[in-house]
Design a protein around this ligand. Structure first.
Ligand code: NAI
Ligand code: MG
Length: 353
């Protein structure tokens, strides 16, 4: 039997509340399956750690994580710590340091999920967002000149390397080919006349290797409109770091909300551990109340199982999530219910059994 070693960073706010349920789902899957198991090692890193130690994780944090098979992360962010510090010194450090250049975010309307779009049925929204996760607008390149003077100038550069664009676009084409689906590239070449012209050019170049994959290129503003008006036309989607970040929140909003939106940060070559985290943040407005929706983290745990080689378990977890929502008796307040995080976790495990 294979035992996977999982590093758990519960983080801040509702992070610890939802991660507990994610671990229960993984343990439950292991017990039922019998061919694999998990051992968890929890790291108390995040904003509390920062307030005590002046850093989000210890100096050797990355070395300590490197030996694990995967990382399960809750959320990071606390009103007492500037967001750019908590994000850069923990989340982005791991994403970049472990070259997790694929951010995989399903935007899928599950059965029973609340959808704000009129007349849209489950099955009509089934997108897979592949967001570039290592460079682009979030490369951290720029400068702050003449600070606090009247001449103050701020530069924030987008970094689009041939290597970085090719590998994410190729990953997206491979995914679309495997799923026998179309691939939509979302960019903005009319206004971003260097970076996005380059992105579109590489999309065309790589696309010539995949004549069997139907493609479409959209501008990000038009794409956001179409996601609301005609969500059914999107299947696999590839886009840049910033656009992917924004569009997947929109995707979450049309498929049941932040409480159910899952995401994976993958290093496809498996040279480093990949990291699995719901796309929501630490939700300070509801933290500590025990009412955070654990379904996003449960789905994220499913993505981890899929990446470790058990895609049937992701499907089973998604089916169980659908049953919980369709029954509709045990849901957290964000989905119109009155249940606690733990009660939803219990209901989910019951459906998984
Ligand atoms: P957020 O995702 O934490 O919250 C947005 C809204 O969605 C809030 O009303 C919240 O209550 C609700 N919500 C989110 N997750 C939920 C869940 N599981 N169940 C029920 N309701 C849920 O985003 P916000 O408020 O912009 O950011 C809060 C903090 O989180 C900030 O410090 C931010 O930097 C950080 N953040 C961290 C991320 C991460 O760790 N990956 C991602 C996004 C934000
Ligand atoms: Mg985001």
């Amino acid at each position: 039997m294979k035992t996977y070693r999982i590093a758990v960073i519960a983080g801040d706010g509702i992070g610890p509340e939802v991660v507990k349920e994610g671990m229960r789902v993984l343990k439950h899957a292991a017990r039922q399956d019998g061919s694999f198991d998990f051992s968890f090692c929890e790291f108390p890193w995040g904003c509390d750690y920062y307030l005590k130690n002046g850093r989000m994780m210890p100096e050797d944090g990355m070395e300590r994580l490197a030996g694990f098979d995967a990382i399960l992360l809750g959320a990071v962010g606390d009103p007492r710590v500037p967001d750019h510090i908590s994000l850069w010194d923990l989340l982005l450090k791991i994403r970049k340091g472990f070259d997790q250049y694929v951010n995989l975010r399903p935007v899928r309307l599950l059965k029973g999920a609340p959808c704000p779009l009129k007349g849209v049925e489950p099955g009509q929204i089934d997108m897979l967002f592949i967001r570039e996760n290592s460079e682009g607008e979030y490369a951290g390149s720029g400068s702050w000149l003449f600070r606090d003077t009247p001449r103050e100038v701020v530069l924030q550069n987008g970094v689009f390397s041939r290597h970085g664009c090719e590998r994410i676009i190729r990953y997206a084409f491979e995914t679309a080919r495997e799923r026998k689906q179309s691939l939509t590239s979302i960019s903005k070449a009319n206004a971003l006349n260097y970076s996005m012209v380059f992105w579109d050019q590489i999309f065309g170049e790589v696309g010539r290797e995949y004549p069997d994959v139907p493609t479409e290129s959209l501008l990000v503003d038009a794409a956001s409109m179409l996601m609301v008006k005609h969500p059914e036309r999107f299947q696999v989607v590839v886009t840049s770091n910033l656009f992917g970040d924004i569009l997947t929140d929109l995707g979450a909003a049309i498929t049941g909300g932040m409480g159910i939106a899952a995401g994976a940060n993958l290093n496809p070559e498996r040279k480093y551990p990949s990291m699995f985290e719901p796309i929501h943040g630490s939700a300070p407005d509801i933290a500590g109340k025990g009412i955070a929706n654990p379904l996003a983290t449960a789905w994220t745990a499913g993505q981890m199982l899929s990446f470790l080689g058990y895609p049937q378990w992701e499907e089973r977890i998604v089916n169980a999530i659908e049953r919980v929502m369709e029954e509709g008796r045990v849901l957290t307040p964000d989905m119109g219910g009155r249940a606690t995080t733990r009660q939803v976790g219990d209901a989910l495990l019951a459906c998984l059994a």
